[in-house]
Structures are given as C-alpha cells and as structure tokens.
Write a protein that binds this ligand. Sequence first.
Ligand code: KIV
Ligand code: NA
Length: 277
Amino acid sequence: AARITLTRLTEMKAQAEPIVMVTAYDHPGARLAERAGADMLLVGDSGAQVVLGYDATVRVSVDEMITLSAAVRRGADRALVVCDLPFGSTEASDAQAVETAVRFVREAGADAVKLEGGNPDRASRIRAIVAAGIPVVGHVGLTPQTATQLGGLRAQGRTAESARRVVTDALAVQAAGASALVIEAVPSEVVAAVLPRLEIPVIGIGAGPADGQVLVLHDLLGITEGRQARFVKRFAELGDAVVGGIEAYAAEVRSGAFPAPEHQYPASPEAVRAALE
Ligand code: KIV
Ligand code: NA
C-alpha cells in the first residue's frame, strides 16, 4: 500500500474518511499497527509511563524518545510516523525547538514532530520548526507536559474560560502552520464548535467525533494496569493473554514438560562420547 503522506491525510479529511492513529514505542508495535492498517503512528511521550515505567511524561529524555522513535520508524513502511518532542526540549527558545526537531528527523526518521500547547510561545516554536522544513502536529486541550498548570490530568474546555482557551489554542496552532492537530480530553460539543474553523485534520482523544482518533496502544489492547481515563476503550485483553502465556511456560518449566525432545538439538554419537571423556 502507498505511504501515507500529509497530503493524503488532508484528502481523507476532505472525503470524511476517518484517520486511524495509534501510539507505538517499538519495532513490533509498529509492525503490528501497520498490519492492522493504522494510518499514523505516534511515538508518544506517554512512552515514559507505558514502556519506560516513569511516573510522568515529563521524565522522558530526547535520547530515550529518539531510541523509541527510530525503532518505530524501522517498523513503519506505510504509516506516517509522528514523534513527540518531550518536555524540556523546546521550552528555551525557537532555536532549541528546531534543533530538537531536526534530531528527530535525522536520527529517528520522523515524518513529523508533535508539540503541546497553543500560547504565543508555542505558536512561535511551531512556526520555527515548520520554517525549518519539518511538519508539525499540534496538541491542545489536556496537554500532559503542563498538566500541573492545568490542575492535573483532567478534561479541559468544561468552563467558559477553558473552552475559550481550547479554541484560541487550536486556531493559533493552525495559524502557525501545523499540518494536523490532536485535541485531548475536551467535551465533544466544544470540539464540534471549533471543527468547522479548522482546515487541518483534527485527531481526537477523549474529544468525541473528529477527523480521526488516537489511543495509546497499551490502553486499547488491555495491557495497561489500574485506573484509566474515561476516553479509553479496551478492544482486547492482551495483558491477561500475556500472563496466561507466561504462566503456561512457567508451569511446564516447573513440571519438566518443557523443553520436550523437539525443542532439543540432536548430537552425533561422537559428540556425546567426546563430551563424556
Ligand atoms: O503521548 C501520547 O500518547 C499522546 C497521545 C495521547 C495524543 O500525546
Ligand atoms: Na504526548
């Protein structure tokens, strides 16, 4: 199948063809998502918690994100690969943001980078990265990197002031030249109100109907443990399946049923004699 391009995503929006985006953090994840027909792979900084075990997205470094991104890139032939610019890698200046984005393209093969927020500073970063020739995906609403300022990991746009901010941010991201926009954890009605003003594809997560949807791979596969956001739907229970598989292996190791003869290498009689000498 043909590679998904930004042009293709715009066409999909125009034709009301839903865009499927899912996170990926490693090579098998990328291969499996491609086989399933995902259009966009997001190497999210959610990888901080999902695959690296940190307690927050702000913990992950650029180097760590580049390792994850490069693995995903090697597994993605068709899907568009978007890489999150982690906390601390764009805040200082436009120049720092461009340097970071360039690293993701050169070292990891990113098709586009994603950064959070839509205030004038963030819009300036988007403009600078786009001017450097790197496509940008914006992210507004609940922006986990600045969740502390937002009062925690909670839905945005539920009060008049917050809804105004979501709309202002979304329009600023578009005006700054972003190629697509992720909106996270915002009431559907607020998203529906701003959608007609957005020409770029809008990918929702906890944002109701949009041009596309994104979910964290380990959430939708039922691998994530503990309490989950309202917007998560578990489409499989892979965690249980994986535990079942490892339990079956453990039981056979303990009973001696594994390894069976077919898992063992045959030796020549000479090799056996020599080993016994
Ligand atoms: O890091 C991530 O997984 C994300 C998505 C939830 C949009 O940014
Ligand atoms: Na993210």
